[in-house]
Design a protein. Structure first.
Length: 154
């Protein structure tokens, strides 16, 4: 979850108007969804983009997603051994010649000892960070003269 704090500068000592903050929130959420649908994912399902929501509380805009993998997609994953799959049967989708095929593999201790079940890691897509920057830039007229500070929460 990301929090965008709108802090008044010396020129504007008042709080941001709720309606203006709501407009900014809508533009931020739309920018993040636009990035999600722009082709940055190999096989998009649309679940992540559909789960992105925003809320205005005081001078803060909360941007959240309720899918459990949102943070991993945003920040990336380091290479690691997938011990959490031990003794489970895993469906693996393969894409060949325009068709999807499912193959099932069992994650056994023997396969781990042979060097299997290692996640290669992924780079972060940073669609939340980029979408927040775009949305703030688009809504500067509504927000006015405020400093924006983005924090990562949870």
């Amino acid at each position: 979850m990301k929090v965008v704090d709108l802090r008044p500068t010396a020129k504007s000592s008042s709080m941001v108007d709720y309606v203006d903050a709501s407009v900014a929130k809508e533009k931020i959420v739309a920018s993040i969804k636009e990035i999600c649908y722009s082709g940055i994912f190999k096989h998009p399902t649309g679940n992540l983009a559909a789960s992105i929501k925003g809320y205005v509380v005081g001078n803060s805009i909360y941007i959240i997603s309720d899918v459990p993998y949102a943070k991993a997609v945003e920040e990336g994953v380091k290479p690691h051994v997938m011990w959490y799959l031990l003794n489970k049967t895993i469906p693996i989708r393969t894409f060949m010649y325009g068709q999807t095929k499912v193959v099932y593999r069992r994650a056994t201790l023997k396969s781990y000892l042979r060097g299997g079940w290692r996640h290669p890691g992924t780079e972060g897509k940073h669609m939340f960070a980029e979408g927040i920057q775009r949305g703030i830039a688009e809504s500067e007229e509504q927000i006015g003269d405020f400093d924006t500070q983005v924090k990562d929460v949870g």
